[in-house]
Design a protein around this ligand. Structure first.
Ligand code: GRF
Length: 214
């Protein structure tokens, strides 16, 4: 089976991007990271990708009049690199329904909460403020509504008494780096089926992980 030509869209440091790049080095991995694209030219993740020999590009959202014009440029870039699968990894721009529909089933995202809890920003602060005992991260297909698409994989971590948003976020991030490569492997291999909100077909791969209590 030929590898899916995959773009990773970032806005910042790119630690999830790096975990995907690493995973894709395995010969049998079904995705090839063909492009890392940032809406912020200064995103540190671009340099990390470049150092790994990955093609990079910046499409600076600030120079476009609106979302449609920005996304038209994005599409051109994706087309030029013959991309057929997209991973959002800390990409901080809302995508239009038209873009999302175009990429439906080929566009996934990582979010630092156990969805459907804590959509949006500041997830670790909000989880601590609510006193939840279990927190975590999710990889999901992207739909027009933010953080609302079918879930592919999740990992849970315990919330500890002395956690701060930083310490909790760090433990969640470690799990993000585990589930994102797994989710891309499953999604790019064509094994998954989407039935409304349910994703099935992982063929025994552990799509729910619980990190040991520390
Ligand atoms: C991660 O926490 C991810 O879940 C969220 O944005 C953050 C990006 O971090 N969507 P990084 O750039 O991958 O290090």
């Amino acid at each position: 089976m030929s590898k899916r030509r995959t773009a990773i869209l970032i806005s910042g440091r790119g630690s999830n991007m790096a975990s995907l790049i690493d995973a894709a080095k395995a010969p049998e991995y079904p995705a090839d990271i063909a492009l890392v694209l940032s809406n912020r030219p200064e995103a540190p993740g671009l340099a990390t990708a470049k150092a790994q020999g990955i093609a990079t590009a910046a499409v600076d959202h600030k120079i476009y009049a609106g979302r449609e014009a920005f996304e038209a440029s994005l599409q051109k870039m994706l087309q030029a690199h013959r991309i057929d699968f997209i991973c959002l990894a800390g990409f901080m721009r809302m995508l239009t329904p038209a873009f999302v529909t175009h990429w439906e089933g080929r566009l996934i995202n990582i979010h630092p909460s156990l969805l459907p809890s804590y959509k949006g920003l500041h997830t670790h602060e909000r989880a601590l403020a609510d006193g939840v005992k279990i927190h975590g991260c999710s990889v999901h297909y992207v739909v027009a509504e933010m953080d609302a698409g079918p879930i592919i994989a999740q990992a849970a971590v315990s919330v500890l008494d002395d956690d701060t948003p930083d310490t909790l976020g760090k433990r969640v991030l470690e799990q993000e780096h585990v589930i994102y490569p797994l989710a891309l492997r499953l999604a790019a291999s064509g094994a998954l089926k989407i039935d409304n909100m349910r994703v099935t077909g992982a063929r025994g791969a552990p799509c729910a992980m619980v990190s040991p209590r520390v």
